[in-house]
Design a protein around this ligand. Structure first.
Ligand code: SAH
Ligand code: SF4
Ligand code: F3S
Length: 452
């Protein structure tokens, strides 16, 4: 079979992990479309399955091998006529170990080599045995992806920065995604304009450390994230901007003030802090203290009083005592989060913390339970406080039930409104009437009602 002939081929992509993987999966489909691949919704229909994987916690990795087990059966049923590719962070971290454990895998491709997929697929068709590419090529993959991307919709994600130089004690990302690299300004602006032309009203900029962005601008200049956001906010038709994920140490005053000065920047920030204990923050190599996080939060709230905060937490990092954990609880109670993600520490091979004395599983369980109960309470409290507000909602789709439409608030909450016709892509004022654990319910307010 010659993959460069334009026979119709069916591609199924399974995505695990973070938004960056979601973005990458879409770009892989973009790269393969010119070769005749269309995407299908199940592996049963597919000639090629890409599993875009995540390595962040042990559970994520286990999922890869259990899913691969299912694909093996399917491939056998199809008499071997299905190509299986493993991409993403497990591919990068494990390379040929994957094909040792799962010899029916045809391709293993790391996150920096996606633009080479057509060539790698051709190789896999020619060769007996698997093709593995986990190089970090010097050229940036951003520059080699086609600009014929499929539209993402009203809310679009745009990757602007990749990799990480921070080496937190617990984290695999610096190893799986490589050194921090920022995409050049011109390339970001071109993709943003294309997204808006395709109907995007909201763009979320993505990066493992997105606020460390320092992209090459015109005439040898270097642009910060703040500068980039300012330029993006000039794009006509683009209504909302967000960025994720940020590190506290790159949260400079300029960026904090952008939340006051840039009208398109949404009042929501995901700022992982991981722990409230200075001792654990140091053990984690986060390079800041808990009070530094508190000061950033104060400044953000001064700049933009309605800003909603979100964060990530890890419980049970090696060395965490009950007192350390209570410092985290204290920080959470003092700060107040609209949303948060919390995890039990999971030792990852090759990371510094994995070699230290581990906290017993039952201790991690009870700390996670206590933390999540408080975070749940805060999220409910935040949602409840929106009841009675009249606030702009960007409508993104039909609702799940007939006669309903769905959108999102300034603070990322899904909002459901009864309305007979679709308003996708439009922003309307909505009076919030009820809050649910993960969504808000409201009624549409007409311009006349607002004027009155
Ligand atoms: N770049 C981002 C997020 C990286 S991964 C940042 O710097 O915050 C997303 C989250 O997964 C992290 O914020 C952390 O809370 C969690 N995480 C990462 N490694 C982990 C591990 N080994 N065990 C448990 N949680 C982990
Ligand atoms: Fe991982 Fe830390 Fe880098 Fe975030 S900053 S990706 S947690 S090493
Ligand atoms: Fe997972 Fe890689 Fe993202 S490890 S969280 S898919 S950067």
């Amino acid at each position: 079979m010659n993959p460069t002939d334009r026979k119709l081929r069916k591609l199924h992509v399974v995505t695990h992990g973070c938004q960056m993987n979601v973005y990458d999966s879409a770009r892989m489909a973009d790269v393969l479309r010119p070769l005749g691949y269309t995407t299908v919704n199940s592996p049963e229909e597919a000639d090629m399955v890409i599993m875009n994987t995540c390595h962040i916690r042990e559970r994520a990795e286990e999922k890869v091998f259990s899913n691969l087990g299912r694909l093996r059966v399917l491939k056998e049923e199809k008499g071997g006529e299905m190509m299986i590719a493993v991409t993403g962070c497990v591919a990068q971290a494990e390379g040929e170990l994957i094909t040792q454990r799962a010899p029916f895998v045809d391709l293993v491709v790391g996150p920096q080599a996606y633009h080479r997929l057509p060539e790698l697929i051709a190789q896999a068709h020619r060769k007996q045995g698997a093709v593995i590419d986990t190089e970090f090529p010097a050229e940036q993959k951003f520059d080699h992806l086609p600009d014929t991307a499929a539209p993402q919709g009203v809310v679009s994600f745009l990757s602007i920065q990749e990799g990480c130089d921070k080496f937190c004690s617990f984290c695999v990302v610096p190893y799986t995604r490589g050194a921090e690299a920022s995409r050049p300004v011109a390339s970001v602006l071109a993709e943003a304009r294309r997204m808006v032309a395709q109907g995007a009203k909201e763009i979320a900029l993505l990066g493992q450390n997105v606020n460390a962005y320092h992209g090459e601008g015109p005439a040898g200049s270097t642009w910060s994230l703040t500068r980039l956001l300012a330029e993006l906010s000039e794009i006509e038709g683009l209504e909302r901007l967000r960025y994720t994920t940020s590190h506290p140490n790159d949260m400079d005053d300029e960026l904090i003030l952008a939340h006051r000065d840039n009208a398109k920047l949404m009042p929501f920030l995901h700022l992982p802090v991981q722990s409230g204990s200075d001792k654990i923050l140091q053990a984690m190599n986060r390079k800041h203290k808990a009070d530094a996080f508190r000061r950033i939060v104060d400044k953000l709230r001064n700049a933009r009083p309605d800003i909603a905060l979100s964060s990530d937490f890890i419980v049970g990092h090696p060395g965490e005592t009950e007192a350390d954990f209570q410092d985290t609880m204290k920080l959470v109670r003092e700060t107040g989060f609209a949303l948060a993600y919390s995890f039990k520490y999971s030792p990852r091979p090759g990371t510094p913390a994995a070699g230290l004395g581990q906290i017993p599983e039952d201790v991690k369980d009870s700390r996670l339970y206590e933390l999540q109960a408080e975070l749940r309470r805060q999220q409910d409290e935040f949602n409840a406080a929106t009841v009675g507000l009249t606030t702009p909602v960007l409508f993104t789709s039909k609702g799940r039930h007939e006669g309903q439409i769905a959108g999102r608030s300034l603070w990322l909450n899904p909002v459901v409104v009864e309305h007979p016709t679709e308003l996708t892509g439009e922003i309307h004022m909505v009076k919030i009437t009820r809050s649910n654990p993960n969504s808000l319910i409201g009624t549409l307010i007409s311009k006349e009602q607002i004027a009155a």
